[in-house]
Design a protein around this ligand. Structure first.
Ligand SMILES: Nc1ncnc2c1ncn2[C@@H]1O[C@H](COP(=O)(O)OP(=O)(O)OP(=O)(O)O)[C@@H](O)[C@H]1O
Length: 251
């Protein structure tokens, strides 16, 4: 089933046309990878899916991004609610410089989702278990999150997103600051989360897209060139530009 329907979507940074008439349907409970050379608009499109781009001066959009049938660019959209439902994880782990526990509890308190200590405790535990961090840090919940390893910090950032019960998780190059062993572990985590969440990931790493995603979008110069099953994109793409990119002729 389609979870995110993008229709004739355009985005301008002042006069620069960064996304050109994008149309795509992202499927539920699958991992969709967005690939393409630097500057092609991958992050811009990802960030459009929870309207984080709104915070940048000079950004204008046209067209629609529908999530569960509702256009998130409609004036009626409750932005806080949208960002809870469509969580985001960034390139560099960015936990708050407070305790591990408070990082996960933060969104619950700020959004007044839970106020009872026992309920918050239960969600913190469940979220840390979901990212396979609980066993390692259950005795360190009061430690400052910045004392964790980078991989643990990135897991914590994913737990922080999960705690507020999103349906969609956007990841922008989530492994780019991690070593290969940590990268593999985070990839395994993404695969484990796919059964519950719709995941969209921007990656520079084509092997990563091939390993973990079921669908892949190839972008070039602000356009969506091809969007199909990952296997098709990497073995038998329809467009020459895709073939040239995945076979390493440019990029
Ligand atoms: N805040 C901004 N203001 C003006 N132009 C921007 C801004 N952010 C991005 N751009 C431009 O929009 C285009 C798309 O950028 P974007 O970061 O989405 O590409 P990308 O494919 O994610 O690239 P990378 O892989 O290098 O992160 C680029 O030409 C970039 O220079």
């Amino acid at each position: 089933m389609s979870k995110i329907d993008i229709k004739n979507f355009n985005l301008y940074y002042t006069n620069f046309h960064a996304l050109k008439d994008i149309n795509m349907s992202i499927q539920e409970k699958r991992i969709t990878a967005m690939i393409g050379p630097s500057g092609c608009g991958k992050s811009t499109l990802l960030r459009s899916m929870n309207r984080i781009n709104d915070t940048i001066e000079g950004v204008r959009t046209s067209g629609e991004i529908n999530i569960q049938g509702k256009n998130i660019y409609s004036e009626k959209t409750d932005i806080d609610k949208l960002r809870r439902n469509v969580g985001m994880v960034f390139q560099r782990p960015n936990p708050f410089p407070i305790s591990v526990y408070e990082n996960v509890a933060f969104g619950l308190k700020v959004n007044r989702i839970e106020s009872k200590k026992s309920s918050i405790d239960a969600i913190v535990e469940k979220s840390l278990k979901a990212v396979l961090l609980w066993d390692d840090i259950k005795d360190k919940l009061k430690k400052n999150a910045l004392s964790l390893t980078l991989e643990q910090q990135q897991r914590l950032c994913i737990a922080r997103v999960i705690a507020v019960r999103p349906q969609i998780i956007l990841l922008d190059e989530p492994c780019s600051s991690l070593d290969p062993v940590s990268t593999q572990k985070i990839e395994e985590l993404m695969l484990a989360l796919k059964d519950k969440y719709t995941i969209v990931i921007v990656t520079h790493n084509m092997q990563q897209a091939a390993r973990i995603s079921q669908d892949t979008a190839f972008m070039l110069l602000g356009e969506l060139i091809e969007f199909d099953k990952t296997e098709k994109i990497f073995t038998n793409p329809s467009k020459k530009e895709t073939d040239d990119y995945v076979s390493g002729k440019f990029g």
